[in-house]
Ligand binder design. Sequence first.
Ligand SMILES: Cc1ncc(C[n+]2csc(CCOP(=O)(O)OP(=O)(O)O)c2C)c(N)n1
Ligand code: SF4
Ligand SMILES: [Mg+2]
Length: 281
Amino acid sequence: MKDLGTSCPNTWCPGCGNFAIMNAVKTALNSLSDEGLSLNNVVLVSGIGCNSKIADYMNVNSFYSLHGRVFPPATGIKLANPGLKVIGHAGDGDAYGEGLEHLIFAAKRNVDMTAIIHNNRVYGLTTGQYTPTSPLGYKGRSTPFGTTEMPLNPLELMLVSGATFLGRGTSHGIDLLKKLFKEAILHKGFALIDVLQVCVTYYNMYEYYDKRVYELKDHNPEDFDAAMKKIREWDYNTDSPIALGLLYKKNAPTMEERFGKFDRENIDRSSKIKKIMEEAI
Ligand SMILES: Cc1ncc(C[n+]2csc(CCOP(=O)(O)OP(=O)(O)O)c2C)c(N)n1
Ligand code: SF4
Ligand SMILES: [Mg+2]
């Protein structure tokens, strides 16, 4: 396996779930490289947060963007060179909070890219404030008496926004992550994996998840209603079972394909206009 590491010192806390996510991405990329994918054609885009340091730690082309702004540059990169495999890494604060509108539009447009969300359900880098996926009553730096808001179910929002591949894993289940990441990178369209990543320092949920997660079996990911039912089974707040695996998958035209079609139509139209003008002259 190619190491894909860099000489940059790693500052993640020992035991942080980000290590498992990075190892799973490396394994997925190595496996795709063995099957013929040129790693020169991979671009990793990250935001700002503990998770986003992955851009420093992985030896692939990368673009370190701003907090909440992973998906606009990722979309630009894909449009400029549709031959690239673009992978966006974002935190829950980044993707589901400050950058939520960008995420919705990337899903709505079905941009052909992979979004890996390191959902530790806290702002890790800024020391444990609550995020859109923290449960009701979560006590952190900014909410010493507990939050008073219900969390967002990001997968429900992504499903109705138009995402064409949705999966969920945990940082304690690296084998499933490797599989989901590889499938997501191969998927044509907007693929999002919500990774329940444990932040050992500000929100250690290893035991909580280990007691509740199960891997999907006999689930048809092409059935929208079945996917919605599984996604709603756990609302990021209650103590219900938490389904992991591929929740939804659909084939649909991507943004780049639609752009290509319009480009061709415009070229056809402008050459027709040119011909009419020449004839008129
Ligand atoms: C535009 C902007 N807003 C806010 C911040 C401050 N900030 C940096 S990281 C961060 C939170 C990161 O949380 P998350 O996205 O969940 O990533 P994690 O650290 O948990 O991996 C915030 C609020 C910033 N750097 N830039
Ligand atoms: S603060 Fe949390 S998310 Fe950040 S490196 Fe430490 S354990 Fe990981
Ligand atoms: Mg976070």
